[in-house]
Design a protein around this ligand. Structure first.
Ligand code: ATP
Length: 199
């Protein structure tokens, strides 16, 4: 199988931007956050478990997730958040492994905002953290998502592990600051990983 590489970083750190650069090098990308949403509406075994835990209201009549119900009842209660994560994370983990085995590449990338927080980093060979100062991150998100204000962005940041902690836990750190070019940093990691696969 290819090496399994995680790519993470706080909101606005630039992890999607960095993942796109790896994409140009031909590296397959799995977006855990997008895939989790898809699995919640399409993986029958997971749907059954969600209904068992949170009731029929979890889904709309058309079978899609009832997002406002989940936001109000599940995501407002830390215990329920643990329960839903305990169902969704293993489903994403299995889905990712199956996907990764089918890829013809030296390594694959799993992009997730909460890779360390969720404990799913343990199943990966290496993790890259995209690191960026708080001020720049807030400014980037304000520019990208006009519907969000600074307070909402800070709330999300406070639910994530601090950047310094993630740098400690990561095997590679990419610094996404205005005076640092991203492409050379990506190429350096790419070369190391390719060499490791060749040996
Ligand atoms: P989220 O966790 O919210 O998905 P993210 O870590 O994936 O965020 P991106 O979407 O890659 O972050 O970047 C946030 C915004 O900042 C985007 O609009 C992106 O184009 C911009 N951006 C990121 N890095 C840079 C950079 N080095 N120079 C200029 N703009 C950048």
């Amino acid at each position: 199988r290819p090496l399994l590489i995680g790519i993470t970083g706080g909101i606005g750190s630039g992890k999607s931007t960095v993942a796109k650069i790896f994409g140009i090098l031909g590296i397959p990308l799995y977006s855990a956050d997008d895939r989790a949403k898809w699995l919640m509406s399409n993986d029958q075994a997971l749907k059954v478990e969600l209904i068992k835990s949170f009731g029929e209201e979890t889904f709309q009549k058309d079978g899609n997730l009832n997002r406002s119900y989940l936001a109000q009842t599940v995501f407002a209660d830390p215990e329920k958040v643990k329960t839903i994560n305990g169902l969704v994370h293993p489903a994403v983990g299995k889905d990712f492994e199956k996907w990764a085995k089918a890829q013809n590449a030296p390594y694959v990338l799993k992009e997730a905002a909460l890779l360390f927080e969720s404990g799913t980093a343990n199943a990966l060979d290496y993790v890259i953290n995209v690191s960026s100062p708080l001020k720049i991150r807030v400014a980037r998100v304000l520019g990208r998502d006009p519907h969000r204000n600074e307070e909402q962005i800070n709330q999300i940041i406070n639910q994530q592990l601090p950047d310094e902690k993630k740098n400690e836990l990561a095997d590679f750190v990419i610094k996404n600051v205005d005076n640092k070019l991203l492409i050379p940093q990506v190429l350096k990691i790419h070369e190391k990983l390719i060499v490791e696969v060749d040996h």
